[in-house]
Design a protein around this ligand. Structure first.
Ligand SMILES: *Cc1c(COP(=O)(O)O)cnc(C)c1O
Length: 344
């Protein structure tokens, strides 16, 4: 059964914008086709709409075929396009976990798509059955974030796979934090599951949040729809260039991940010793969720010292929880020193 029957009929029929550079084959030497300025500024030409060079390098590093990659202006763009491709405004619904990354609901609200929330267990475990039980005829997409933000834990690979097999619509696995996790990416399962979309990002481990570059891996059919619906030049020339440079520094990125992981455990040990820390949740990410006896006061106290953390205490099962991103060793020390002086 083809995933295409979950694509909105208007999108199936859509005739995409054809850019100047789509309309010829072969090599060009003089480009008088796109009304660009002929004067060199480094960026006077439109960028490659399909980011071929960049995808080739990503394909090598990630072990995925270039035809199975979509690049977006952050994962946010990929999430937005998933709604545009599959969800009929005012009619369809999606299923998300609770708590999870806030962008799925915001994007759903923008597109007037109903959001069905399935609570994670108190220890933030994910149940395939509870997700599948909520599916109805209007359910187009199930979003799964693993490792999950804000809880920080890996969700069960077996449970996720049960959802991919048990639901005929689209299953999105958001792997923004996969570089900090021991688990394997689902990206090597896109050939096996035509309804699977895996999201990753350059914003976390790769250290390029300011570039805005997100990835989606999926079957060629789904990637074809992403390409059809996206703005023609969604990844600008400078981003493509900078990302290509960054891919050469894979070893450096890996070294930073290793440092962050060891800093995370150091931070955990230090925090555990503070009297008003109730609990620190398990983490497979670059952050720690910490339950404090007096979370609002701690948050305000750190803020007054210009140390900014994130209050996640309103999220389900996250009462009194503050989310702390692992920083450099110096930043982490400053955080701990400040928290220690709060005690006195
Ligand atoms: C940070 C994060 C992203 C990254 O989004 P970008 O738009 O690529 O910066 C995606 N998903 C989750 C769960 C995140 O926490």
């Amino acid at each position: 059964m083809s995933i295409e029957r979950f694509v909105r009929p208007n999108i199936q029929k859509l005739k995409p914008y054809s850019s100047a550079r789509d309309e010829f084959e072969g090599n060009g030497e003089v480009f008088l086709d796109a009304n660009e300025s002929p004067y060199e500024t480094d960026v006077n030409r439109y960028p490659d709409p399909y980011q071929r060079e960049l995808k080739k390098e990503i394909a090598k590093i990630k072990g995925v075929n270039a035809q199975n990659i979509f690049l977006g202006n952050g994962s946010d763009e990929a999430i937005d396009l998933i709604f545009r491709i599959f969800c009929e405004p005012g009619k369809d619904n999606i299923i998300i976990s609770d708590p999870t990354y806030g962008m799925y609901k915001v994007s759903a609200d923008i597109h007037d798509i109903e959001v069905v929330k399935v609570p994670l267990s108190e220890s933030f475990e994910f149940s395939a059955q509870e997700n599948l039980d909520k599916v109805n005829d209007s359910t187009k997409v199930i979003f799964i974030c693993s490792p999950n933000n804000p809880s920080g834990n890996d969700l069960s690979v077996d449970e996720i796979e049960r959802v991919i097999k048990g639901f005929e619509g689209v299953v999105v696995i958001d792997e923004a934090y996969i570089d900090f996790s021991d688990q394997n990416s689902f990206s090597n399962k896109i050939d096996q599951f035509p309804n699977l979309i895996v999201l990753q990002t350059f914003s976390k481990a790769w250290g390029l949040a300011g570039l805005r570059l997100g990835l989606a891996y999926a079957s060629e059919v789904i990637i074809g729809y992403f390409n059809k619906v996206k703005p023609p030049y969604n990844i600008n020339q400078l981003t493509q260039k900078r990302a290509l440079e960054a891919l050469k520094n894979k070893a450096e990125v890996q070294a930073n991940v290793t440092t962050i992981l060891s800093e995370r455990e150091k931070l955990r040990n230090e925090l555990e010793q503070l009297p008003n820390v109730i609990e620190i949740l398990p983490s497979d990410t670059n952050f720690l969720m910490v339950r404090f006896e007096n979370a609002p006061e701690i948050f305000q106290y750190l803020l007054s010292l210009e140390v900014i953390i994130r209050d996640r205490s309103k999220a389900l099962h996250c009462d009194k929880c503050l989310r702390i991103t692992v920083g450099t060793p110096e930043e982490n020390k400053k955080l701990i020193d400040n928290l220690k002086s709060y005690q006195q």
